[in-house]
Design a protein around this ligand. Structure first.
Ligand SMILES: *Cc1c(COP(=O)(O)O)cnc(C)c1O
Length: 358
């Protein structure tokens, strides 16, 4: 029998979450952001979940674009960081990709070629990662007409759509850049789609919300109408009875105050569970909520069986997913659900639930 850990991916939930995103900004089309192997969910699996509804797929790695095309995906595919060298251009043509361009070097590579893919011209309006600024406008105006034959969309990316600062300050900067632009726009990530849908745009770019993660520290995914997609489950493979003063795990960071029963779960940081999750992180055993105790080790973690007296070896454990939001585990470990999902280890077998038609 295989080690009992397993990640289950609910395809119907992913499709539902995509439709939630699109309904927030009526009239906009939505890139299904599938970078990082669909946030750890499996890029082909994610593509299959939304095959009949997806407007397009957005990702970073050419190799991921190849996999989508080889799987028969016909929708547009957008490279979110564009291309990294001239040698990528032939593949962009062959795979019919759309590309972000965010720096002069990319413009020059395109100018030197005869290739005119659909372009997303990215502006830096305050995130200060990628994108052109006002200082580039004169330079761009001289070159863009020659490059735009495949179509041109203007885009920017929000730094604070999930927090108090919001998006208005970036939208003001954006509008000041090219006030006479009449073509298409793309602005919104998940946080903006959910909290600032009025920014609109022709193409939205939902990522984490598709996978049932909340982009907000102060709102659960459930309250946003999102369904969990990834459930990480395992089983108890050991039981220990502790006496007062007994300690648990490496470093003995947890000490029993009274007699207590603990369960050993076949899941550790080598499976993708965050090592920084402290004692007290919620976990479900037999569907009931309890907490972790002691340090997470490579292949195991330990849980308090106080609230689940009947639990024994083989009892099911949910680390996150249906019944226990990944966002809760992430918050306890000082991170975000994005990181938990992306960190799901290759050694964890994945099964699919919620088959979608076709
Ligand atoms: C990853 C990414 C997104 C999606 O962001 P979420 O917060 O996951 O919704 C949108 N736009 C760009 C440019 C991205 O890189």
């Amino acid at each position: 029998m295989a080690r009992p850990i397993q990640a289950s991916i609910d395809l119907a939930a992913l499709r539902h979450n995509y439709l939630v995103a699109r309904a927030r900004v009526p009239g906009a089309r939505a890139w299904v952001v599938v970078k990082a192997n669909a946030y750890g969910h499996g890029i082909l699996r994610a593509a299959r979940a939304v095959a009949d509804v997806a407007d397009g797929f957005a990702l970073l790695d050419l190799e991921e674009a190849v996999r989508l095309r080889e799987a028969g995906v016909q929708q547009p595919i957008l490279l979110l960081e564009g291309f990294f060298g001239v040698e990528d251009l032939a593949l962009i043509r062959d795979l019919r990709l759309s590309s972000v361009i965010h720096c002069r070097e990319q413009v020059e590579m395109l100018m030197a070629s005869s290739l005119r893919p659909p372009l997303y011209l990215k502006f830096n309006t305050g995130m200060n990662r990628l994108g052109f600024t006002g200082a580039d406008l004169g330079w761009l105006r001289e070159r863009l007409p020659a490059l735009a034959a495949g179509g041109l969309t203007l885009m920017t990316h929000f730094a604070d759509a999930d927090s108090e600062r919001g998006v208005d300050w970036q939208m003001r900067r954006f509008r000041d850049l090219l006030p006479d632009w009449r073509g298409p726009f793309s602005f919104a990530n998940s946080a903006a789609i959910l909290r600032h849908p009025e920014v609109g745009g022709d193409w939205i770019r939902p990522g984490i919300m598709l996978y049932g993660g909340s982009p907000f520290a102060d709102a659960s995914a459930e309250s946003l109408g999102l369904r969990p997609v990834m459930s990480l489950r395992s089983e108890l493979i050991g039981i220990q009875e502790l006496r007062p003063g007994d300690r648990v795990g490496y470093g003995g960071g947890f000490e029993a105050r009274a007699p207590m029963r603990i369960g050993i779960v076949a899941c550790g940081y080598a499976d993708g569970y965050p090592r920084h999750a402290p004692s007290g992180t919620p976990v479900l055993v037999n569907g009931r909520r309890t907490r972790t105790v002691g340090r997470v080790s490579m292949d195991m973690l330990t849980v308090d069986l106080g609230p689940v007296a009947e639990a024994g070896i083989g009892s099911p454990v949910t680390l996150w997913g249906i019944g226990l939001a990944a966002d809760e585990i992430a918050a306890s470990a000082g991170t975000i659900s994005y990181e938990l999902f992306c960190a799901l280890a290759a050694r964890v077998p994945v099964v699919e639930a919620g088959q979608v038609a076709g």
